[in-house]
Write a protein that binds this ligand. Structure first.
Ligand code: ADP
Ligand code: MG
Ligand code: MG
Length: 911
């Protein structure tokens, strides 16, 4: 017996999308559940693959097709190629995944001179028959015979012009007959052969054309672009479907529908239809379709049937469907269904609603929403109707849209920002010393750097929009302007950036506020119940902490104290501390910082209690708080020039005074003051040179700093514990946690621990309270991973700092890697992903897994989490779940995404 390639809609298994394609499988499925689908059959994808491999149709296929046509004839009482009651079919492509680029559908196949005559006699509608005929020749000619579309269009237009009509509807049977004749001639001229009259020959050509289209350039490119591998979709099926006609008069119609509103998710039948039209007309835009609600008045009974169809589709598929239907002389047929594509808001709402309606389980609802898709809902977006062309385009580095006035340096941003002006910080690239500008700006635009440049990382951390590497913009910060082609942007010019697309616009474009709907809140509450991983946030400021808590964080997993040091009123004191020549002088500066930090922490406790706040002790190298050497040199040079000018000026005034004693000597510009500023700057310069490091990331930072300058960590520990004690006195259930960065040995940890214990006792005594504080270690050096058991004996928790750990494991310096070779590595597939964006499961991940195992072996109660940027990435979260982490900590704006991803990680984990 030969192989089976053809499946009637009544026999195909609706789950078998690989073999039948999505369209075919659903046609079978709808038939099986009793929906009114025109009879038809599916030729399998297997037949397609064999045809492509051996360059001829598989043996026996055409016989099988004839057999199935015979069954259609029996079912419908029509005859394929028969004059009296002709069977016409559509031939439609369809693979397992829907994809554009494959063959367009051919309608009305089976028409020739004989059957046309029959159709006219049968319907008594000559116009209809010729319209069907000309559509067939046109589609068949184009898609199966390769005739250029314009050849047909030209003839069509010629007839319309001669008839003096604008729209197709104005054409009568005679015109359409003339068009058909011209089309037949076009086919003869361009292919050298007459249009095939034999209906089986028509069908065979169409089947081959569908198969060939699988290897067409557009389809191949599409599969490459979207990584559609053979295991996802291999070959296309061919669907042969009995024609039904929506254009047989005013009791006929055609339409497309959504079982729910795809823009809002609302539970209502949604869609459009056209009376007296064929399927393709609805999308072709020749006539304007009507909203489906009008069908309730035009054809009330059919509207009821349509609602019933919708209900059946939903209760069967339990997912929003996008479907096609046709009404032929008062009879409703369903021609296609598939899962509907929706925006994030609609997806969330429909999933939550469907659970409430009892259609799906809570778990299914949770799995239905793509966590990354939520991003759309958490940031302001450009008003979709703005219709403006971007001025330039860079990388979408941090999502959201913002408008503001251009400023070219951070100080200016701060100045204007303080006055309530909305500004966009525009730089070639940004540096840590620009941080105050980030706080003040609505968004950041850079002309250099990638998605993980300083600007991008910091902006994402703060949840501010950022467009990075907009190379079309040349920024000249000295001249305080930027050039884009002919255009010059100056300070104060309004621009809008869209960090979700990378587009930069001139002027202000309205934005739409994010919608954190009731349904989203509900979905995320379910997620929290299902997830095992807790989701905490990286937050340094009260604003960020508040956002994090609003977005449902279970606490703060990383509070970087250096951000507090950077605030503009703090920085001078920090600089004083760094410059301090003696321990006493340093202590004096720290004494000034203590109350400020204590206040910061108290504010955080107030916002976050009863959830934990995890404070990381100072991490970055000291010179990050000082200006760069270049900047200092410039300032000193400027001051010296100024001093010279002052000297000259006072000499001139003295001379004037000698001549004219009435004139004031007015040495109002104190030379002493200038001298003292110069001295201070020179002292800073010496310090900057002294602190200079070849590779600061691997240098004097983290706990190394804490051990060389014990007063700094002591001050911070004290600030945290005193704030906690004050919080307790206010009645807050505070949960402070202290975390040590850059640890490599247990000795470091026990050194800091001894300090914590000491200060802990002092604070408890002084405040007369009992405080509980948890003590943990960052794990961000390879050595810390190797010594996990020793560290775990001292720590109550570990927090993987995967940004540093990734640099260490790869021996990459991040900026260099991203600017020089990482793009090539990911493009060519040497690395699958940028490891700074997506956790490198095989390398860094393996080390993490080992660390978790060894740490827990030494200390079974050890809590383990991650606070690197990757902690907010769904695939990284899945991995963190798999290796048994307890929490992830990510930027506040990613908290909702992470909550959903954490739930999905648990639902999808192998049991
Ligand atoms: P597409 O993927 O472009 O939607 P389809 O195969 O669904 O292609 O067909 C294009 C149009 O033709 C659709 O509007 C569809 O409903 C209509 N159509 C397809 N087969 C038939 C048929 N047998 N009878 C009536 N209309 C049909
Ligand atoms: Mg198509
Ligand atoms: Mg379709």
């Amino acid at each position: 017996m030969s192989k089976k390639y053809v499946y009637a809609f009544t026999e195909g298994d609706g789950r078998d999308k690989q073999r039948l394609g999505g369209k075919g499988a659903n046609l079978c499925e709808m038939t099986r559940i009793g929906l009114n689908v025109p009879p038809g059959f599916v030729i399998s994808t297997e037949a397609c693959l064999e045809y492509l491999a051996q360059k001829s149709l598989p043996a026996g296929l055409l016989e099988e097709v004839r057999h199935h046509i015979g069954k259609l004839e029996a079912r419908t009482g029509k005859r394929f190629g028969g004059e009296a009651n002709p069977l016409l079919v559509s031939v439609r492509s369809g693979s397992a995944l829907s994809m554009p680029g494959m063959m367009d559908t051919i309608l009305n196949l089976g028409l020739n001179r004989d059957t046309l005559r029959g159709l006219i006699r049968q319907t008594g509608n000559e116009r209809f028959a010729y319209d069907a005929y000309r559509r067939f020749i046109q589609l068949f000619g184009k898609v199966a015979l390769g005739v250029r579309e314009e050849r047909f269009d030209a003839e069509f237009e010629a007839v319309k012009r001669r008839a003096g009509v604008k729209h197709d509807v104005g054409l009568d049977a005679g015109h359409l007959k003339a068009i058909s004749d011209r089309f037949l001639k076009v086919v003869l001229e361009t292919t050298g052969k007459p249009f095939p009259e034999d209906v089986y020959e028509q069908l065979e050509i169409a089947i081959r054309a569908v198969f060939d289209s699988w290897m067409g350039k557009r389809a191949v490119d599409y599969r490459r672009e979207f990584h559609i591998t053979p295991d996802l979709a291999n070959g296309t099926a061919v669907n042969v479907v009995t024609m039904v006609f929506g254009n047989l008069g005013d009791d006929s119609a055609t339409g497309v529908g959504f079982t729910r509103n795809p823009a809002t998710g609302e539970n209502e039948l949604y869609g459009e239809y056209l009376v007296n039209a064929q399927g393709e007309d609805v999308v072709a835009g020749i006539r304007t379709p009507k909203p489906v609600a009008e069908l309730a008045h035009e054809m009330p009974d059919l509207y009821r049937q349509l609602v019933e169809l919708r209900n059946k589709l939903e209760s069967h598929y339990r997912e929003v469907q996008d479907f096609e239907y046709t009404i032929e002389k008062g009879v409703l047929y369903c021609l296609q269904t598939r899962n509907g594509k929706m925006n994030a808001q609609a997806r969330v709402r429909s999933s939550v609603d469907m659970h409430r309606e009892g259609l799906i389980t809570r778990e299914e609802a949770l799995l239905r929403v793509d966590p990354a898709h939520l991003e759309q809902l958490l940031h302001p977006r450009l008003d979709p109707s703005h219709g403006q062309k971007p001025l330039a385009t860079g990388l979408p580095a941090s999502p959201g849209a913002a408008s503001g006035r251009c400023v070219f340096d951070a100080d200016q941003a701060e100045l204007l920002g303080r006055d309530g002006e909305k500004v966009i910080l525009v730089r070639e690239e940004t540096k840590p010393e620009d941080i105050h500008g980030f706080f003040a700006a609505q968004g950041i635009l850079t002309s250099r750097g990638g998605k993980t440049s300083h600007a991008a990382v910091v902006a994402r951390g703060m949840g501010k929009p950022c467009v990075a590497g907009a190379e079309g913009i040349r920024v000249d910060s000295r001249a305080q302007l930027a050039r884009v082609g002919e255009l010059t942007l100056r300070e104060g010019d309004l621009i809008t950036i869209d960090g979700s697309s990378g587009a930069v616009f001139l002027g202000e474009i309205p934005t739409v506020a994010p919608v954190f709907s009731e349904e989203l809140k509900t979905l995320l509450a379910w997620a929290d119940q299902v997830a095992r991983l807790k989701v905490l946030a990286n937050a340094d400021t009260p604003d960020m902490a508040k956002l994090a808590m609003d977005y449902g964080a279970a606490g703060i997993g990383l509070c970087r104290t250096e951000r507090m040091f950077n605030a503009s009123e703090r920085l001078p004191v920090v600089v004083e501390m760094i410059l301090a020549p003696t321990r006493e002088a340093r202590q004096a500066a720290l004494d000034k910082l203590l109350p400020m930090q204590r206040q910061d922490f108290l504010e955080l406790f107030r916002l976050v209690a009863p959830h934990p706040v995890t404070v990381r002790l100072l991490d970055p190298p000291m010179h990050e708080f000082l200006p760069s050497e270049r900047q200092l040199l410039e300032e000193i040079e400027g001051l010296k020039a100024y001093r010279l000018a002052v000297k000259g000026r006072s000499a001139a005034l003295a001379a004037l005074h000698a001549l004219d004693p009435v004139h004031p000597t007015g040495n109002e510009l104190s030379e002493d003051l200038v001298n003292s500023v110069i001295a201070k700057k020179e002292q800073m310069l010496r310090k900057v040179r002294e602190l200079h490091e070849v590779n600061p990331m691997l240098g004097h930072r983290g706990v190394r700093l804490g051990i060389t300058y014990p007063e700094i960590y002591q001050m911070q520990i004290r600030a945290v514990l005193e704030a906690a004690a004050e919080g307790l006195k206010e009645g807050l259930p505070v949960h402070p946690e202290l975390m040590v960065p850059q640890v490599i040995t247990a000795q470091e940890l026990s050194w800091v621990k001894a300090n914590v214990d000491q200060i802990h006792r002092e604070v408890e005594e002084r405040y007369g309270v009992r405080l509980s504080v948890r003590f943990g270690s960052m794990v961000e050096t390879v050595r810390a991973c190797c010594r996990a058991s020793e560290l775990a004996a001292l720590a109550e928790f570990f927090s993987f700092g995967t940004n540093d750990l990734t640099q260490a494991v790869f021996s990459f310096s991040r900026e260099d890697a991203e600017n020089k070779f990482l793009p090539l590595y990911t493009d060519t597939g040497i690395l699958q992903d940028n490891p700074f964006e997506v956790l490198d499961v095989n390398g860094v991940g393996a080390l993490m897994q080992m660390t978790v195992e060894q740490g827990r072996a030494a200390n079974p109660g050890l809590e383990v989490g991650i606070c690197g940027e990757q902690g907010g990435h769904p695939s990284s979260i899945r991995f963190c779940h798999a290796i048994g982490l307890d929490y992830v900590s990510c930027s506040p704006l990613r908290v909702p995404i992470a909550r959903l991803a954490a739930a999905q990680a648990n639902l999808l984990a192998p049991r």
